[in-house]
Design a protein around this ligand. Sequence first.
Ligand code: NAD
Ligand code: HSE
Ligand code: NA
Length: 440
Amino acid sequence: MKPIQVGLLGIGTVGSGTFNVLQRNQEEIKRRAGRGIEITMVADLDVARAQSIVGPDVKVVNDARAVIANPDIDIVIELIGGYGIAKALVLEAIAAGKHVVTANKALLAVHGTEIFAAASAKGVMVAFEAAVAGGIPIIKALREGLTANSIQWIAGIINGTTNFILSEMRDKGLDFDVVLKEAQRLGYAEADPTFDIEGVDAAHKVTLMSAIAFGIPVQFDKAYVEGITQLGATDIKYAEQLGYRIKLLGITKRTDKGIELRVHPSLVPSKRLIANVEGAMNAVVVQGDAVGTTLYYGKGAGSEPTASAVIADLVDITRLHTADPLHRVPHLAFQPDAMSDLAVLPMSEVVTSYYLRLRVADEAGVLAQVTGLLANAGISIDAVLQREADEVGGEGSTQTDLIILTHDIREGAMNDVLAQMQALPSVLAPITRIRKEELN
Ligand SMILES: NC(=O)c1ccc[n+]([C@@H]2O[C@H](COP(=O)([O-])OP(=O)(O)OC[C@H]3O[C@@H](n4cnc5c(N)ncnc54)[C@H](O)[C@@H]3O)[C@@H](O)[C@H]2O)c1
Ligand SMILES: N[C@@H](CCO)C(=O)O
Ligand code: NA
């Protein structure tokens, strides 16, 4: 059988990795897919650079629409990124009856409902393994491997850039900006790195996992998003002393009231495997009612790791494109007419525990005032740590740090208590609040 022909839109970090791995492993991939898979046409704004990557035998153009219009091409890979031209091109490729593979989590988390509906109506597949945790086959695991389960929660380190920054800051005491530049140099960071450091990229990915896990529509606009820019070395250090690491986690959880969908820095017990995921590595923990806890670990970014996922999707499509669309795995794991309308909860309704750090006047009665406010609100305390004033402000200091770990409480109730604490005259600086997840 003739090879299936693939058109590639955008040959940057992930696109070049995809081309190279497909070439290098073509024989083995063919033995798996049942027929060859060839990228025969590429579009990139930088035609000369693209041509130098693919060599003279592959047609390179600067107009992506010429690739979509090519009747010989069955699958279009979108690796341009962003919501703008990428959205138009994906919808045009679907309308032209092409299957689509994309690594673009931003596009799918925001416009997924429209894109998946268009694909279903046209009978084509939109595959996106590379969009979540790069090379880790987490979409495959959630959609297929765990299909027997009622999924209870997912928690993941799903942004390599921020995990790399947190690891380097903790290990080597390097500055935030220096480490971010290195992540950009290594090809981990998004085109706009604020998407990484402000938690937006992780929120795109957890939004997609949430939809697949619970059979709800993709709802990025309902996600709570907090990044790592406010995190200080002090809290990383105190967390360690209490037996925790701070990680940027994407969390989604099924509760009696609805679905939690959130990204924020979290204290995680140091003894958990996921707390020891360092550098740009990703890891996702999934809790299913039948299987229990499962953990998926690997490279979530970079040229060839991400290409690995893109090509896995190409193989799936090559095997399935002649199948009746009803026999394919649904885009969001559940049949489109069997989706759930479970609501995504506002952050104020989320129940979790907390790390609080208060810079307070080093005088009698302060601890009692602070713990009294917590007791009045029914918030029980798990641990308290008070630094010696000398450690905080040098010898003779009149200030000290009070660190409190709480048990579970509704976020709205915690917000009320924090406002009361902040108003105490003995609390001298803005209170630091970091959520804490036991993940058991
Ligand atoms: N880099 C990673 O590790 C990684 C991992 C997972 C997912 N992703 C996602 O993969 C996608 C691509 O990321 P990347 O890192 O390869 O980006 P990149 O910037 O390295 O590559 C994008 C390419 O698209 C080309 N391009 C831009 N506009 C174009 C247009 N209108 N027509 C044709 N080509 C155009 C650019 O010239 C560039 O070569 C993004 O959606 C990103 O979020 C990246
Ligand atoms: N910018 C992303 C790339 C992978 O999606 C990261 O750092 O994880
Ligand atoms: Na993946």
